[in-house]
Design a protein around this ligand. Structure first.
Ligand code: PLP
Length: 388
């Protein structure tokens, strides 16, 4: 699926096998889990490789190494949630530093940034990053950090990371890309010029809807060391058990995402031709306004898509009552298919006005497409659409 890079194992090999058979004690093939919070010193003033679990843990380190390699970064910090990963970067800023973020990113990200801005800890500008002129104008305010989310949640807007990162760096800003929707299997922001790739590993990286966790991968060792030190200061490191589960989920990342995006493409085409659907948002469709840039910068179009029901909010209620195979739930990226209504679920806290500006209507539904049989998925959706 991907090409090999220099003398490193290919990404599929890293995901499937990083840390396999590396157990120094018993030669366990599956890496063991180290739950201990603390480690015996070798003697007076002589710590071993590990001393206290908030700073570092062998199981968590194995996952951070795997994620750093997959993202092509110099190091990574694994955190207790995706929000903790974003806040790790934001929390490092100085008082009054400006964060420039997309106006239509994940509702929890907007809530976090606004909460920090309301408390006077940062300044915040939310703009439509697909509008290059608006983006360039916002850079004149000299942001310290530019946050990019592509594809965006829930409208699947895709921005040109290489172009935006080049402009942002020229303006003296660091650039972080939330890569949750695609994972490094399909997009590598650091290679495109970003300083950091952020993840809610809760989603595709773990892939089984049984962990809340996150990660920040840094492009340089200095950035990674600083983040690791800051995670120790604020105590946002992830738990060893969650890291172990996430590493286990990571093993199958590539085949999962390949199959899930094939299902998503079939669903996008099906919805696009259905009379109950007003509009489909999936970058894999040639009609998507950012199809060209998605084709260029991604290795695939991913397993997330959204669509507007022609009948608006009333149709949404009927659809939700009748749809099968898709479970009504927040979150995404698991092996099972989910449907969410952003206006009342993931993006409810944004408020109606902000949702309207971002283009998130009451008739919008978001799908996270899983590994079920394609015909079952289409049949389940058709039951919902027939009720609209
Ligand atoms: N970033 C994106 C794009 C998300 O969709 C989410 C959660 O849905 C997050 C970050 C936050 O992640 P978590 O729920 O693991 O804190």
């Amino acid at each position: 699926m991907t090409d090999k890079r220099d003398d490193q194992p290919a990404p599929e090999t890293i995901a499937a096998a990083h840390g396999v058979a590396s157990d120094p004690s018993f030669g366990a093939v599956a890496p063991p889990i180290y739950l201990s919070s603390t480690y015996e010193f070798a003697g007076y003033d002589t710590a071993r490789a590990y001393d206290y679990g908030r700073l570092a843990n062998p199981t968590r380190d194995l996952l951070s190494d795997a994620l750093a390699k997959l993202e092509g970064g110099a190091g990574a910090v694994v955190t207790s949630s995706g929000m903790a990963a974003i806040d790790l970067l934001v929390g490092q800023l100085r008082q009054g530093d400006l964060v420039l973020a997309p106006h239509d990113c994940y509702g929890g990200t907007i809530r976090l940034l606004k909460a920090r801005a309301d408390r006077g800890q940062i300044a915040l500008r939310l703009v439509d990053q697909t509008d290059r002129a608006v983006f360039a104008q916002a850079l004149e305010e000299e942001p310290a950090l530019v946050l990019i989310e592509t594809p965006s949640n829930p409208l699947m807007r895709v921005v040109d990371v290489a172009a935006l990162a080049a402009l942002a760096r020229e303006a003296g800003a660091e650039v972080a890309v939330d890569n949750t929707f695609l994972s490094p299997a399909l997009q590598r922001p650091i290679a495109l010029g970003a300083d950091y790739a952020i993840h809610s590993t809760t989603k595709f990286l773990n892939g089984h809807s049984d962990v809340i966790a996150g990660a920040v991968v840094a492009g340089t060792k200095a950035q990674a060391d600083q983040l690791r030190a800051w995670a120790n200061v604020v105590g946002s490191s992830g738990s060893p058990f969650d890291a172990w589960l996430t590493l286990r989920g990571l093993r199958t990342l590539f085949p999962r995402i390949e199959r899930q995006q094939a299902n998503a493409m079939a669903i996008a085409r099906h919805l696009d031709a259905h009379p109950a659907v007003a509009r489909v948002y999936y970058p894999g469709l040639p009609s998507h306004p950012n199809h060209a840039v998605a084709t260029r910068q991604q290795r695939g179009f991913g397993a997330m898509l959204s669509f507007d029901l022609a009948g608006g909010a009333e149709a949404v209620k009927r659809f939700i009552g009748a749809v099968r195979t898709f479970t009504l739930a927040e979150s995404l990226g698991g092996v099972e298919s989910l449907v969410a209504h952003p206006a009342t679920m993931t993006h409810a806290d944004m408020g109606e006005d902000a949702r309207r500006v971002a283009g998130i209507g009451d008739g919008l539904l978001r799908l996270s497409v899983g590994l079920e049989n394609e015909a079952d998925l289409l049949a389940g959706l058709d039951l919902g659409l027939a009720a609209c």
